[in-house]
Design a protein around this ligand. Structure first.
Ligand code: SF4
Length: 251
């Protein structure tokens, strides 16, 4: 899923994390490098989105599409006066589907959006949901139709400000190429690995880190990476191997 969201670009620059040892040192050093490279960018996880309800609805609408289409659907919901938990929970799916058509697969997204709104309504409404303990919030989100771990954690991190690390395909690609990561490759292996390495860091570091990894993977660390332009090249096993191969082939 192409996450964008809370106004990462407008977040205040945070203190640089300390080093620690082992994975902790590596994860924090990479954060430092990415933050130095991208920290001045006015880039948002979801452009022009800041309110929790926008992040929550956007996390469903952006599934399997780009943010431009998700934003058109958000606009339609807003114009219809339906961008709130009570309206989304109560609206017939067919009507909701017509409003979110711009984001693609409207019936699927209407069902998911309504299920998510009902989860939040059943937790006592948006205000009560946002202050749930992180573990309970995750449990409720993961029990919701159509909400996987990545969407649940994006909502918890960017809408509710929980210190939860969002893992996506970009994260895995960049870190595997760098030569780091957990022994297992499951979502929970990655999440636990990052959260352990970032113990004690403020939520803004979690928000910025995910944002910079998405930006980095889109800008430089493509499937065919542009390593010569990469700020992480000196620390990257894959980048160094590619450079060695290129140099050998020129001889
Ligand atoms: S050096 Fe290349 S492979 Fe490594 S992180 Fe940078 S772009 Fe990706």
């Amino acid at each position: 899923m192409d996450h964008r969201g809370a106004e990462i670009g407008s977040l205040k620059k945070n203190r640089r994390p300390g080093r620690g040892t082992g994975a902790q040192a590596v994860v924090r050093q990479i954060y430092d490098t990415l933050d130095a490279a991208y920290g001045g960018e006015h880039w948002h996880w979801m452009p022009d989105v800041a309110r929790p309800i926008d992040v929550i609805a956007g996390a469903v609408l952006v599934q399997h599409t780009n943010w431009r289409n998700a934003e058109r659907a958000l606009d339609a919901l807003r114009e219809a006066g339906a961008l709130n938990i009570d309206a989304l929970a109560a609206m017939p799916e067919e009507h909701l589907a017509t409003l979110v058509r711009a984001s693609g697969t409207p019936s699927v997204k209407a069902r998911r959006l309504r299920a998510l709104a009902r989860t939040i309504r059943d937790a006592g409404g948006l205000g009560a949901f946002l202050v749930l303990p992180p573990a309970e919030m995750r449990t409720r989100l993961l029990a919701t139709h159509g909400i996987g771990a990545e969407s649940a954690d994006a909502i918890a991190l960017y809408a509710a400000g929980k210190r939860i690390f969002v893992v996506d395909a970009y994260t895995r690609r960049v870190f595997r190429r760098l030569g780091h990561g957990p022994a297992g490759n499951g979502y929970e292996h990655w999440r636990a690995w990052f959260e352990s390495a970032l113990q004690g860091e403020p939520v803004e570091v979690f928000q910025r880190y995910h944002a910079w990894l998405v930006l980095h993977a889109k800008a430089v660390c493509h499937p065919a990476p542009r390593c010569a332009a990469c700020p992480l090249l000196a620390a990257c096993a894959h980048g160094r191997a590619l450079a060695t191969e290129a140099s050998a082939s020129r001889r």
